[in-house]
Design a protein around this ligand. Structure first.
Ligand code: NDP
Ligand code: MG
Length: 394
C-alpha cells in the first residue's frame, strides 16, 4: 500500500492532535512531511521529536529560532520555516500527497488554497475557507484536480452516506435533502434572558465534543451549524432549501441523507473526531482507531428537535448570507470571527455576537466578491468595521 505523505496545517490544535493520534496508530501508512503551528511552539517541538517531519512552520522569526534551538538540542533534523509563506510552501511540497487543513478561521484560507492549487488530497476541517471562497474555492478544486474529503463530522457523515461518485450532482443520485445534525451546544435549554450573561468558559464547555475555543463558541451560538450549511451547499451542490438542520443532543447521529424513495441514510458513531479523521485519512479503506463499540442500549435514546431560531439568530443569518450570495458569506464569516474574539476577551456579551454580525451583514453584505482579491479586501473591511464598532461600544 502506498505511503501517504502528510502535511498537517494546524497540527497543534484539537483536530491536528487527533490527526496525529490516528497517524501514530498506523505508522506504516503515513509519513509526516510537514507540521504547522501558530503560538504553541513547545507542543510543536514535542510533535517534531515524535514524528520527525521534514518541515515545521511557526508564526514568527523568533518562534522559528526557538524551535530550531529545541530541535538541535534534541538532534532532530527538521527544517523550520515561518509565517504565511511558510504555510503556503509546506502545503504544496512535492513529498506531500494529503493535506489536513486544520487551521482555524480565515487564517487557513491561503494555506488551504495552496494545497488545492497543488492538486493535493485535501482533508478539509477549515470550513471557513469554503465559506469565504464559495464558488471560487470549488472552481480551484476542479481546475487543479484536487480531491476534497470533508473532516467536519456532519459533512463526513454525508460523504459516507452518498454514493461513491456523487460529483456529477446529487439530483442524479436521487437525493432529496441533506439533514445536518446539531448538538444544540451548552445553552440549548437556557432561557433567552440568561444568554446575555453566559461566560466564555461556559460557552467553551461543550457537552459532547472537545474542540478549539472558536468553534466551541460557534457551536454555542449555532453559527457553527450556519457555517456548515454553507459548507454543505458548496461541497454537495444542493440549494439552501434542501439543507436542513435538526438538533440532536446526543451527537451520535452525525448527519443524514434523504433519498427520493424515502430512504434516509445516517452515519452514527461516538462524538470523537478521530472517526471522521480516520475515515478521510484511510479513504477508501477503513482504519482502526481503537474506539470502543457504540453501545446503543446504553445510549438508550436518540432525540431530535427543531433549532430555536429566536434564541440563536446566527443560524438564520447564515442562511440569509448563503441566499444573498456575493460577498455576504465573507462578511458573515469575518464578522463572526471578530465577534467571537471580542466575546472570548470579555468585550462583548454572548448575545452581542449575533447582533454584531446582523448589523455588519446589513451594512456590507451587498458587496461583491467575484475574485480572490475582492474576498480578501472584504474580509479586511469587515474586520475593520467590527473593530470600529467594538471600539465605539467599549
Ligand atoms: P484549535 O483552535 O484547537 O486549533 C487551531 C490550529 O490552528 C492550531 O494548530 C493553531 O496553532 C493554528 N492557528 C491558529 N491561528 C493561526 C494562524 N493565524 N495562522 C496559522 N495557524 C493558526 O481549532 P480546532 O482544531 O478546533 O479547529 C480547526 C478547524 O477545524 C476549524 O476551522 C474548525 O471549524 C474545524 N473543525 C474542528 C472540529 C473539532 O472538533 N475541533 C470539528 C469540525 C471542524 P497554535 O495552537 O499553535 O496557536
Ligand atoms: Mg461539525
Amino acid at each position: 500500500m502506498a505511503v501517504t505523505g502528510l502535511c498537517i496545517l494546524g497540527a497543534t490544535g484539537s483536530v491536528g492532535c487527533s490527526t496525529l493520534d490516528v497517524v501514530a496508530r498506523h505508522p506504516e501508512r503515513f509519513r509526516v512531511v510537514a507540521l504547522t503551528a501558530h503560538r504553541q511552539g513547545e507542543r510543536l517541538l514535542e510533535q517534531c521529536r515524535r514524528f520527525r517531519p521534514d518541515v515545521a512552520v511557526v508564526d514568527s522569526v523568533d518562534a522559528a529560532e526557538r524551535l530550531r534551538a529545541g530541535l538541535d538540542a534534541a538532534g532532530v533534523p527538521t527544517t523550520v520555516w515561518h509565517g504565511e509563506a511558510g504555510l503556503i510552501q509546506a502545503a504544496s511540497l512535492p513529498e506531500v500527497t494529503a493535506v489536513m487543513a486544520a487551521i482555524v478561521g480565515a487564517a487557513g484560507l491561503l494555506p488551504t488554497l495552496s494545497a488545492v492549487r497543488a492538486g493535493k488530497t485535501v482533508l478539509l476541517a477549515n470550513k471557513e475557507s469554503v465559506v469565504m471562497g464559495g464558488a471560487l474555492f470549488m472552481d480551484e478544486v476542479r481546475r487543479h484536480g484536487a480531491r476534497l474529503i470533508p473532516i467536519d463530522s456532519e459533512h463526513n457523515a454525508i460523504f459516507q452516506c452518498l454514493p461513491r461518485d456523487f460529483a456529477p450532482g446529487l439530483d442524479g443520485a436521487g437525493v432529496r435533502r441533506l439533514l445536518l445534525t446539531a448538538s444544540g451546544g451548552p445553552f440549548r435549554q437556557f432561557p433567552a434572558e440568561q444568554l446575555a450573561h453566559v461566560t466564555p468558559q461556559a460557552a467553551c464547555a461543550h457537552p459532547n465534543w472537545v474542540m478549539g475555543r472558536k468553534i466551541s463558541v460557534d457551536s454555542a451560538t449555532l453559527m457553527n451549524k450556519g457555517l456548515e450549511v454553507i459548507e454543505a451547499h458548496w461541497l454537495f451542490g444542493l440549494p439552501p432549501e434542501r439543507i436542513e438542520v435538526v438538533v440532536h443532543p446526543q451527537s451520535v447521529v452525525h448527519s443524514l441523507v434523504e433519498y427520493v424513495d424515502g430512504s434516509v441514510l445516517a452515519q452514527l458513531g461516538h462524538p470523537d473526531m478521530r472517526t471522521p479523521i480516520a475515515h478521510a485519512l484511510g479513504w477508501p479503506q477503513r482504519l482502526d482507531v481503537g474506539l470502543p463499540l457504540l453501545d446503543l442500549v446504553q445510549i438508550g435514546q436518540l432525540n431530535f428537535e427543531a433549532p430555536d431560531r429566536e434564541r440563536f439568530p446566527a443560524l438564520d443569518l447564515a442562511y440569509q448570507a448563503l441566499r444573498a450570495g456575493g460577498g455576504a458569506p465573507v462578511v458573515l464569516n469575518a464578522a463572526n470571527e471578530a465577534a467571537v474574539a471580542a466575546f472570548l476577551a470579555n468585550r462583548l456579551p454572548f448575545t452581542g455576537i449575533g447582533e454584531l454580525i446582523g448589523r455588519v451583514l446589513a451594512q456590507l453584505g451587498g458587496e461583491p466578491a467575484g475574485c480572490w482579491e475582492a474576498v480578501i479586501e472584504l474580509d479586511r473591511r469587515t474586520r475593520a468595521t467590527c473593530a470600529a464598532w467594538l471600539g465605539g461600544e467599549a
